[in-house]
Ligand binder design. Structure first.
Ligand SMILES: [Zn+2]
Ligand SMILES: [Zn+2]
Length: 274
């Protein structure tokens, strides 16, 4: 499993690579703008070129899209704003040469899946080589995507939806009711994936431990030594030939030292041989 951290670009895009090297990440994930603000600063071609020149030390390069984007909102204004923001995310990904753009599908009323699919159909038109990954969610409120059936429903309604991929977040899945500490639950998860999106669509794992209880619908990431999933879960992933070959990004809390310790623990457990 190729592993890496979600890192900061605060001050300079290429700071991501400093944090990547310091943490011994093989893969990296970044925000390309503040994830909680609609307005995003433009990336200059010069800064993008500098980023592209260094990025090949890491693979894949993942961009996580803004948390404000909600393609499924019942408000036409929010949907339009969200689509524009997503198109800007796609453009920044192209400039940086990113491999994947992770998106929380969003939610609203009973039309949410249709709205999300409409937005995605437009975004895919301009996505080029950037693969958009729909992330499973913790199941908060009306958010769509707490299981693979819901993600598949979005993919099916999206024009060229087969170009979408999926990012599987372990914290979100536990919060949505999957007890990932149990091998039988992983086996059921495989069956669910095979019956819906297909495993080839799973391009990335968000390897997060969680503070929330099983089925709590709480999206609260935890460090691997402190959460509910723990070492048991990592060992199951290690022994799972399909999941252990998908790249993993850690989005655990704390400073770089704390997150690097998480990465080291995951690497020791997941890449263990014999
Ligand atoms: Zn995630
Ligand atoms: Zn989360």
């Amino acid at each position: 499993m190729r592993l890496g951290l979600h890192v900061s670009i605060s001050g300079k895009l290429t700071r991501a690579f400093d944090e990547g090297r310091n943490s011994r990440s093989e893969a990296l994930q970044i925000f390309t703008a503040s994830p909680r603000m609609w307005k995003s600063a433009q990336i200059s071609e010069e800064a993008a070129a500098e980023f592209r020149a260094e990025k090949n030390d890491f693979s894949p390069i993942v961009v996580h899209s803004s948390y404000l984007i909600n393609l499924g909102s019942k408000s036409p204004e929010i949907r339009e704003k969200s689509l524009q923001a997503l198109l800007e995310e796609v453009e920044r990904c192209k400039m940086l040469g990113a491999d994947f753009l992770v998106l929380h599908p969003g939610g609203g009323d009973e039309n949410a899946v249709t709205y999300i699919a409409e937005g995605l159909s437009k975004a895919l038109d301009s996505a080029g080589g950037v693969k958009i990954l729909l992330e499973n969610v913790a199941g908060e409120g009306s958010k769509v995507g707490k299981n693979f059936h819901e993600l598949k429903a979005i993919i099916d309604e999206t024009t060229n939806g087969e170009r979408l991929g999926v990012c599987f977040d372990t914290c979100h899945a536990f919060a949505a009711g999957y007890d990932l500490r149990r091998k039988d639950v992983w086996l059921k998860l495989h069956e669910e994936i095979d019956a819906t999106v297909g495993f080839a669509a799973v391009k990335l794992v968000h390897l997060n431990d969680t503070k929330g209880e099983l089925g709590s619908n709480l999206d609260r990431h935890a460090n691997w030594t402190e959460g509910k999933l723990g070492v048991e879960t990592l060992k199951i992933i290690r022994d799972d030939p399909r999941f252990s070959s998908v790249p993993g990004i850690l989005e655990t809390p704390g400073d770089l030292a704390a997150r690097t310790a998480d990465l080291k623990l995951c690497r020791e457990l997941l890449n263990f041989e014999g």
